[in-house]
Design a binder for this molecule. Structure first.
Ligand code: ADP
Ligand code: ADP
Length: 817
């Protein structure tokens, strides 16, 4: 049954696990406080990783209440008891608020119940309240044991044997209100729910010229409100941490009426549940509605989202996050010594880290204190870097100076989309254009990629014009290269198409595939000269990167290319060197995950079945691998990890074994280019033949659905933030050159902007060349390969798991402004 991955490439997976054994240990896992999507994925990971390392794992039902009540509330978990829960929202083991656990008496009972099963390792998934409780419990543990011994409930030996309680927390909360982690489990899914509602409301509201006041959760934390405002281009947002200035009532009404005057048919105002003014008085959605109605007379509706935000299936990101955290939590428990403080496992960039639980709780409480004391700047600072960054970007894009107050730079900046569409490209274009205009540039849109660039004004009228709808005015379809964006100083109503479109040709700067600038260098140089282009922003995938390299190489010959050029990665494949993520990959991943859920579900009630699903990505296995992790696949074949017939055989055997259990469905993902000869058809036929009599097979090639769909909240925000950043870079470069006609010839003036370990970095294409496998169009190093063993472990394969980037207890870093 166990397959060995010893044929995995060296380097990406280093040795591990021999020194970690859970034999003889018992781990209790509970979910407490408010539920959140993704908690089940965390429970599943804890159970499976626990069993994998040889420990016993116990479910503790109904949160702390179950721990206090004991009995059947504490039950041993097995591998199958967590099957088919990855896609389920909420928590299958139940959550509760428990008064009794707040008392010592209650905790004494809880300790006794744990001891009866030998549980001295506790994994708590909940919010700061639950984690505080866990910490207190740990601190009191030895005292509780002595008391139990005094009462004769346990003997002296037990006091010694179970002397220490190890506690590890994972933060499950849709509010993202916990300091120390970039994302709490559930937040991304809640954002999905909010954006689904906003998108739905937008279409109806647009038909009637309405104002919508949307109240989202977050009694003490404005993260959901802020990020959804950013993702939908809301007119105004109210947050607890950053109350509006005095006189906001009038300012808001002016803003709304200005937007209406620009023919914007729809106003969206987002309010966090706990929004307050500078005097700490609540700002309610009803109050806002009243204001808009009395002051402006607009047709205004309030929508309070409530529990919808907690509902539905977890997003791909939450499933992956929770799975990673769950595995990390078990490792942390096994590595804990009596001196290790209770810790939380959290996310820093795309790294799992451990932080002392109480440091995080303390800082979380400090935010509340700062708000209570009206030290709002402190509150924003304590919330962390990403919060402040989001707030700044929102303000930058939402607040526009009147035209006559923007100092003009007399610079022309062109924006071009290259390569296949990726969801979120439009958000990137929008933000670049807005920031560019605010910085005083004239913004130009280039249609049809490099091909269109070369053809310049001579291009045929664009047939997509009619379908441009609301954004026709800002990117006219007449010619390939137009000043369309220059008309943008009035910031026309571009939100809807910009955000909803998946980078579709009819809805943004048009793109065209597969034309590199190399063969048109003369023409492009001519266009650059004719239109006096001072800087270029390229939004695209690997082709865009190749194009940038060609332009870079051509600088010597064509001085027109000696201008700042920057590329933001946008491709579903996530294969651009220089960035951990690319715009569009998250949406594609969610599409794959949703589809896998449906496909798996389609087999319920039928006999044993294995699905083979082919994903996109060229040679890059990101989508197959991460989709496999999010959907709970049994295997994911990728190019980066070569496989042979023995692997296929062991996978078939693995599935045959699995079918003997109560889990009678199998899921196998295959990247489209993972092997020249082991094609999807081949694998399907092999599995069908080998599985005869045990299971039958179905295959699905997902195809272009992976490039379509409404962009996920992450892609909208990522696109928005990264291209705003790219524009800032362009502005800074142009400032350097001002009046001196500077020629940009150095490598650092032609870059890819990416994120790496959550830092945005500009990397010269010339340097990135060394990191690129050009033959297969992938970066030589890919961070997500280190997650590969995770999927195997969770699917019951033997795998080595590299813990080289975990295991260290770090400290919470407040972000200083
Ligand atoms: P959250 O974990 O979402 O912040 P709560 O604050 O309601 O939710 O906490 C959930 C449960 O954790 C409480 O019902 C209680 O049982 C336990 N708990 C919270 N704070 C403490 C504390 N200071 N001491 C002991 N138990 C606590
Ligand atoms: P930032 O820190 O870039 O302003 P956010 O607040 O939106 O971004 O998110 C915090 C972190 O969580 C980021 O570093 C990002 O890498 C990660 N993250 C959040 N949502 C997703 C997602 N859906 N896919 C991948 N990474 C995500």
């Amino acid at each position: 049954m166990d397959a060995d991955d010893s044929r995995a490439p060296k380097g990406s997976l280093r040795k591990f696990l021999e020194h970690l054994s859970g034999a003889g240990k018992a781990i209790g896992v509970l979910t407490s406080g408010g539920d959140a999507q993704g908690m089940n994925a965390a429970v599943r990971a804890v159970v499976r990783m626990g069993i994998y390392v040889g420990a016993k794992v116990y479910f503790i039902y109904e949160g702390y209440q179950g721990m206090v009540d004991g009995g059947s509330n504490i039950a041993e978990a097995d591998w199958e008891s967590v099957s088919s829960i990855l896609q389920v929202g909420g928590t299958i083991i139940g959550s509760a608020r428990c008064q009794a656990f707040r008392t010592r008496e209650g905790r004494l009972k809880a300790a006794c119940n744990l001891l009866q099963r030998g549980i001295t390792n506790l994994c708590v998934i909940g919010g700061d309240g639950s984690l505080t409780g866990a910490n207190l419990f740990r601190k009191e543990w030895s005292g509780l044991l002595e008391e139990l011994a005094r009462n004769g409930q346990i003997d002296k030996e037990a006091v010694q044997k179970y002397a220490y309680l190890n506690v590890v927390g994972m933060v499950g909360s849709i509010d993202n209100d916990f300091c120390g982690t970039d994302m709490t489990i559930g937040t991304d899914s809640a954002l999905h729910r909010i954006i689904e509602v906003v998108d739905a409301i937008m279409t109806t509201a647009q038909s009637h010229q309405r104002t919508f006041v949307l109240e989202v959760m977050g009694r003490h934390c404005g993260y959901l409100a802020l990020v959804s405002a950013l993702a939908c281009g809301a007119d105004w947002v109210f947050l607890p941490e950053s109350p509006p200035e005095e006189g906001w009532e009038e300012q808001m009404c002016v803003k709304l009426s200005e937007n209406r005057a620009r023919k914007k048919r729809l106003n969206i105002i987002i309010v966090a549940e706990g929004a307050i003014d500078t005097q700490n008085k609540p700002i309610t959605s009803e109050k806002i509605k009243e204001l808009v109605v009395t002051q402006l007379g607009y047709d205004t509706r309030v929508t309070i989202l409530g529990h919808v935000q907690r509902g539905g299936t977890p997003s791909a990101f939450d499933r992956i996050l929770a799975s990673r955290m769950g595995v990390e939590a078990v490792i942390a428990l096994l590595e804990a010594t009596p001196d290790t403080p209770a810790c939380v496992v959290s996310l820093n960039g795309n790294h799992a880290v451990r932080l002392p639980l109480m440091e995080c709780v303390q800082m979380t409480q400090d935010v509340q204190k700062a708000m209570d004391e009206r030290r709002f700047q402190d509150a924003v600072r304590l919330r962390g870097r990403s919060f402040a960054g989001n707030l700044n970007t929102y303000k930058r894009l939402a607040i526009k100076l009147p035209d006559d107050q923007i100092p003009k730079t007399n610079c022309n900046v062109a924006v071009i989309n290259v390569g296949a569409p990726a969801a979120g490209m439009n958000a990137a274009v929008r933000s670049a254009v807005r920031v560019g205009i605010a910085d005083g540039h004239r913004m130009l849109a280039i249609y049809d990629g490099f091909d269109g660039f070369a053809k310049g004004q001579k291009e045929e009228p664009c047939s997509g014009r009619e379908s441009l709808g609301a954004d026709a005015s800002w990117i006219p379809g007449k010619a390939s290269l137009r000043e369309g964006c220059r008309q943008l100083p009035v910031l026309p109503p571009v939100e809807l198409p910009v955000f909803q479109g998946a980078g579709d040709v009819s809805q943004g700067v048009r793109e065209k595939r597969s034309v590199l600038p190399g063969k048109y260098l003369e023409e492009i140089a001519t266009q650059m000269r004719t239109h006096s282009i001072n800087a270029l922003l390229i939004i695209g995938g690997f082709e865009a990167y190749l194009g940038l390299l060609e332009l870079s190489a051509a600088r010597e010959k064509h001085e027109e290319f000696c201008v700042p050029m920057v590329m933001v990665p946008a491709t579903v494949s996530n294969n651009v060197p220089g960035s951990d993520f690319s715009i569009g990959a998250d949406t594609a991943l969610n599409t794959i995950t949703d589809t896998c859920d449906r496909i798996k579900q389609s087999a319920s009630g039928t006999k044993r079945r294995v699905f083979i699903i082919e994903t996109m990505g060229g040679y890059c296995g990101y989508l197959a691998n991460m989709g496999g992790l999010a959907a709970g696949a049994d295997a994911a074949y990728i190019f980066e990890e070569p496989f042979d017939i023995r692997d296929l055989q062991s996978n078939v055997e693995h599935l045959t074994e699995k079918m003997k259990t109560t889990i009678q469905r199998g899921l196998v993902l295959r990247n489209e280019s993972c092997s020249e000869n082991y094609t999807t058809d081949f694998i399907y036929q092999l599995y069908s033949e080998e599985g005869k009599g045990v299971f039958d097979c179905r295959k699905n090639v997902l195809g272009h659905m992976q490039q379509g769909g409404a962009p996920s909240p992450f892609d909208r925000n990522f696109g928005t933030k990264i291209s705003a950043r790219a524009m800032e870079w362009i502005t800074a470069k142009l400032k350097e050159a001002r009046g001196r006609g500077k020629k940009f010839t150095t490598d650092d003036s032609i870059c890819v902007l990416g994120i790496s370990k959550r830092n945005v970095i500009f990397q010269p294409v010339a340097e990135l060349k060394k990191q690129t496998d050009f033959e297969h169009r992938i970066p030589k190093e890919q961070w997500w390969l280190k997650l590969r063993p995770l999927m195997k472990i969770l699917a019951k394969y033997k795998a080595s798991y590299d813990v080289s980037d975990s295991g260290q207890l770090e400290h919470v870093q407040p972000w200083s402004v």
